[in-house]
Design a protein around this ligand. Structure first.
Ligand SMILES: *[C@@H]1O[C@H](CO)[C@@H](O)[C@H](O)[C@H]1NC(C)=O
Ligand SMILES: *[C@@H]1O[C@H](CO)[C@@H](O)[C@H](O)[C@H]1NC(C)=O
Ligand SMILES: *[C@@H]1O[C@H](CO)[C@@H](O)[C@H](O)[C@H]1NC(C)=O
Ligand SMILES: *[C@@H]1O[C@H](CO)[C@@H](O)[C@H](O)[C@H]1NC(C)=O
Ligand SMILES: *[C@@H]1O[C@H](CO)[C@@H](O)[C@H](O)[C@H]1NC(C)=O
Ligand SMILES: *[C@@H]1O[C@H](CO)[C@@H](O)[C@H](O)[C@H]1NC(C)=O
Ligand SMILES: *[C@@H]1O[C@H](CO)[C@@H](O)[C@H](O)[C@H]1NC(C)=O
Length: 368
């Protein structure tokens, strides 16, 4: 499990209000695209697993030019930091038995007029959030966009012409960490932040990166479960317990008639070439094409099964944004060393890039 070593914590900048009033000349999509010949329909969606398929080359991608998006952090802005190849931007996810709808940012903004959408989780949520705001910005480059960092853990980008807020709640474990006399206690059965998320229209959750961290990167000193305080616990058990707490919160507290609940599946990393039949390879630096095939050699990570099991136990409707398998194939889509901190990152993803596909799938799930 060497892949846990390189993960980073992104802390937000000090509280600040920045007003973007963009009058960019960029064309809405950068590139003219023709309409998909196959119309997307509700029937098609329900009879088809959109997460099963393969990557196909498509010159009409990427969906936007990353240099015209004013929101990309230095960790994800691969083109700006010198990534020489472009092929990784030119793949489209093709489900086996149906077509994904073309992402239409204006339609998205109209559809969610007056609503709030929140990404809740670790830096993978930040990655996902940045991609969506770039996709929406590209659809309405001239509209006024307000960016707020409400505090250390909450940011929002509001598309004012549509009154759509796309928010980010930074939460590494979803469940609580409390400062107590003995130190920081990770409380696997408690999810007090749920109160903050309750008045939001779309919630997109994710947590995984931090569960196996130890030493100085571990964010807690003790773990509390079923009333007992422990020094440590089997990490997969901890992950499962926390997800179950979250699942019970969904069942007891979320009004799913109003709020759509999405859980984003495990985002894979690429530090061990054995995983993709290239033993000896220790990172994603020279990876410029996806894994050839639709079945990744090592199969799904154990955590992905835990996510599926817990989600299937929820009585209310919750959509699993099941991006694990399709992302495993994209060893080419990480920043590697093309980022603003010069570290090797085969955990997060370039923006523009793979998270745009996650958002196309999110869009499909939301409009179906
Ligand atoms: C992206 O935009 C930049 C600056 O506006 C421009 O120089 C570059 O050619 C554009 N790239 C593409 C692929 O259109
Ligand atoms: C924008 O939407 C929020 C709900 O998300 C609502 O409370 C507010 O009144 C709206 N503002 C405008 C100017 O329509
Ligand atoms: C944005 O504004 C510029 C300058 O006013 C204009 O040329 C351009 O067509 C506008 N773009 C869109 C997508 O409305
Ligand atoms: C951020 O603001 C929310 C809502 O006001 C609050 O509950 C939360 O504790 C704050 N977080 C931090 C880190 O200050
Ligand atoms: C949600 O909608 C269903 C079907 O319309 C209804 O039976 C149920 O009572 C609603 N739940 C709440 C909490 O309003
Ligand atoms: C890569 O994975 C293989 C198979 O799981 C394992 O034997 C090997 O030790 C791993 N290599 C590293 C550097 O972690
Ligand atoms: C991918 O695999 C197919 C057959 O499985 C092969 O025909 C094709 O050449 C391969 N492509 C690359 C880029 O290796």
């Amino acid at each position: 499990m060497g892949s846990f070593k390189r993960r980073r914590c992104y802390s937000f900048l000090a509280v600040s209000f920045v007003i973007f009033s963009c009058l960019c000349l960029a064309n809405a999509n950068g590139i003219h695209r023709k309409k998909s010949s196959v119309e997307y329909s509700r029937k098609e969606q329900s009879s088809c697993n959109v997460y099963q398929g393969n990557w196909v080359s498509d010159n009409s991608y990427p969906l936007y030019n990353s240099s015209t998006c004013p929101f990309i952090r230095k960790e994800f802005d691969c083109q700006k930091y010198g990534r020489p190849d472009h092929l990784y931007l030119k793949y489209r996810w093709q489900p086996s038995n149906c077509h994904l709808p073309r992402f239409n940012g204006q339609h998205f903004l109209k559809r969610f007029k007056g609503k709030k959408i929140a990404f809740i989780g670790d830096s993978v949520s930040l990655n996902h959030w940045q991609s969506l705001i770039c996709m929406l910005h590209a659809a309405t480059p001239n509209s006024s966009i307000v960016r707020q960092e409400l505090n250390k853990s909450i940011s929002a980008v509001t598309f004012q012409d549509y009154n759509v807020s796309v928010m980010l709640f930074h939460s590494l474990y979803l469940v609580d960490i409390d400062e107590e006399k003995i130190g920081r206690v990770l409380k696997l059965n408690s999810i007090r932040n749920g109160d903050l998320w309750n008045n939001i229209d779309v919630l997109v959750f994710n947590t995984w990166l931090w569960w196996y961290r130890r030493g100085p990167k571990q964010q807690w000193d003790y773990v509390q479960v079923d009333g007992k305080i422990l020094k440590d616990i089997d990490r997969m058990t901890a992950f499962r317990t926390a997800l179950t707490t979250w699942a019970q919160w969904v069942d007891s507290d979320v009004d799913t008639n109003i709020t759509k609940v999405i859980f984003q599946g495990i985002s894979p990393s690429h530090y061990n070439g054995t995983d993709w039949n290239q033993p000896g390879v220790r990172n994603c630096l020279r990876e410029m094409i996806p894994f050839n095939g639709s079945v990744y050699p090592i199969g799904l990570p154990e955590a992905a099964y835990v996510v599926k099991e817990v989600i299937s136990s929820i009585k209310k409707p919750v959509h699993l944004l099941d991006i694990t398998a399709l992302s495993q194939l994209r060893k080419d889509a990480h920043p590697s060393s093309y980022n603003g901190f010069k570290g090797m990152d085969c955990t997060h993803w370039c923006v523009a890039g793979l998270p745009d596909t996650w958002n196309e799938l999110l869009y499909a799930a939301l409009i179906s």
